[in-house]
Design a protein around this ligand. Structure first.
Ligand code: NOJ
Ligand code: CA
Length: 551
């Protein structure tokens, strides 16, 4: 990050998934006027950036991540005038508006693709990736991220096109200069309209190998293999650098890349200042769903590793949740007996780390996963595919459904719970996706009035960050702790310091006296409802923040 971009360190980003935030006209679908009406919620939380998942025109195969017009708004969400009003309102409140930028692929209903598929020699012929059949079949064995082959045959051209995501999301051909000019012009138009930055979707796949070799990875249950030479090619980095040079830097945009980063060196390639790519990244690492692979110790190791790699030069997007992951309190916490304390615990842990905190809608009230009774109830194409693959791998339907329920991206996409009424105050109509019945008890209205709610914990954390530069700019370290001891971290910006201790478990644990030697006044506790820090033991999911004397 360059010195001029120091303001990034003061951001707290709130992510809205527009379809599920607030429905203003009773059609069951969240919309832009709905977001405008609820902007006070963001203001009350204290966030100063809003990342909007895609609101562009789209036939909605993947909830807007399939764009058919980059310069227009999805009809169900409203009009460009609604967008302008939202942008103005954000600006007035000091909230930077970040748009999702989906340029790895478009919709197959985008006029570019409609033209491109019509013949081999039309003016948009090269805008997408076309290959001849090989021995009457797909050009190679690559699997799409959403299941099945990554290739789809088009009789008009007698060729296949490449789609890393669904077949309604054909990949754009970044090697085509005319296409790049169109995309750059599009980005400038949004910058002209006052966009404050972009969260750049699935950006690791722009450059494709010309020869598309077969993947050597083991096949998925349906026989296709995920590509082994697609993510992070040098050509992709060159395209990102071109965007930075031509758009991001001159327009002073905040940029967050969604990147495939199987190791920390790869993450660094996207965010080191000298690379001139992104300000920060949302990295993902296969396996995408961490249900079986995460642990507090692994989390600690990953945080430590990325801190060491980027502390001198770089920055971190900090998140436990987004629209592609199960709900954080269900995945990393406990959505049963320790629901409230574990939700606060996760918030306190994340907001204590160096980097920019991201809050995904609903996490600030501890929204949980929802098990839908039948696979047909799931709207997410990825969930349906996962279910198919699980059946193919030999699971019986009940076991496959149970697994899909845990993993489904729809867990994070159920409508926002504003109040205790049947549809959670989200809509007066029929919601596009079922509202979690626990809206009877988990909702914004109750938590706004309750001084000890999860919502108030988020407000305090965000306020604390504004009062204490040690959180946004301080040095960071984990203190050494062993098995059975809590995680402990410090932030320091002499003369200020902060200590956090975290019992990431359902069992109580002792706090070794050495950890508290330089601890001062307690600042925040996940057990504030029970009177806060009592020491010297920590209760299940107890998190405590203290002032701390740096030596
Ligand atoms: C990542 C997005 O976050 C996800 O929701 C989407 O399905 C894929 N990219 C494809 O755009
Ligand atoms: Ca609506």
């Amino acid at each position: 990050m360059t010195a001029e971009k120091d303001w990034i360190k003061d951001l707290v980003v709130y992510q809205i998934y527009p379809r599920s935030f607030y429905d203003s006209n009773g059609d069951g679908i969240g919309d832009l006027p709905g977001i405008l009406q609820k902007l006070g919620h963001l203001e009350e939380l204290g966030v100063n950036a809003l990342w909007l998942s895609p609101v562009y025109r789209s036939p909605n195969d993947d909830n807007g991540y399939d764009i058919s017009d980059y310069q227009d708004i999805m009809e169900e969400f409203g009009t460009m005038e609604d967008w302008d009003r939202l942008q103005e309102a954000c600006q007035k409140r000091g909230i930077r508006l970040i748009m999702d930028l989906v340029v790895n692929h478009s919709s197959d209903e985008h006029p570019w693709f409609v033209e491109s598929r019509s013949s081999r020699d039309n003016p948009k012929s090269e805008y997408y990736i076309w290959r001849d059949p090989v021995q009457g079949r797909e050009p190679n064995n690559w699997a799409s991220a959403f299941g099945g082959s990554a290739w789809e045959y088009v009789p008009e051209r007698g060729q296949y096109y490449f789609h890393y995501f669904s077949k309604k999301q054909p990949d754009l051909n970044w090697a085509c200069q005319d296409l790049r000019e169109e995309l750059v012009a599009m980005m400038h138009k949004w910058a002209d309209k006052g966009v404050g930055g972009f969260r750049v979707d699935a950006i690791s796949y722009l450059d494709k190998p010309l020869d598309f070799p077969d993947s050597a990875l083991p096949p998925q249950p349906d026989g296709y293999s995920f590509p082994d030479c697609l993510a992070g090619r040098p050509g992709t980095h060159a395209y990102i650098q071109e965007l930075n040079r031509r758009v991001f830097a001159p327009r002073q945009l905040l940029t967050v890349g969604e990147v495939s980063a199987p190791h920390v060196e790869e993450l660094c390639r996207y965010v080191r200042t000298a690379r001139e790519e992104f300000d920060m990244a949302i990295p993902f690492v296969p396996p995408m769903v961490e249900i079986d692979t995460w642990s507090p110790q692994k989390l600690k190791r990953d945080i430590e590793e990325s801190w060491q790699a980027l502390r001198e030069d770089g920055w971190w997007a900090r998140f436990f949740s987004n629209h592609d992951k199960p709900r954080q309190v269900s995945l990393y916490g406990d959505d049963g007996a320790y629901w409230e304390v574990s939700a606060k615990f996760l918030a306190m842990f994340l907001h204590s780390l160096p980097g920019t905190p991201f809050v995904y809608q609903g996490e600030e009230i501890g929204m949980t996963n929802l098990k839908l009774p039948r696979i047909e109830d799931y709207k997410d194409p990825d969930t349906r595919n996962r279910y198919r693959q699980l059946l193919l791998s030999g699971l019986d339907p009940e076991a496959a459904l149970a697994r899909a329920q845990l993993e489904s991206r729809d867990n994070a996409r159920t409508p926002m719970q504003w109040d205790a009424t049947e549809n959670g105050g989200f809509t007066t109509g029929r919601p596009w996706l079922q509202v979690n019945p626990n809206t009877r008890t988990i909702h914004v209205e109750a938590q706004r009035q309750d001084p000890h709610s999860i919502f108030q914990c988020y407000r305090r954390l965000i306020a604390l960050r504004k009062e204490q530069p040690v959180l946004s700019r301080g040095d960071f370290a984990f203190l050494e702790t062993g098995p059975g001891e809590p995680l402990a971290l410090t932030r320091t910006l002499p003369p200020e310091g902060l200590l956090g201790i975290f019992n990431f478990s359902r069992q109580p644990c002792q706090v070794p006296a050495r950890l508290l030697e330089r601890a001062g006044e307690p600042l925040l506790s996940s057990y504030d409802r029970e009177g806060g820090w009592q020491g010297p033991a920590l209760r299940p999911y107890e998190a405590a923040l203290f002032r701390w004397k740096p030596v």
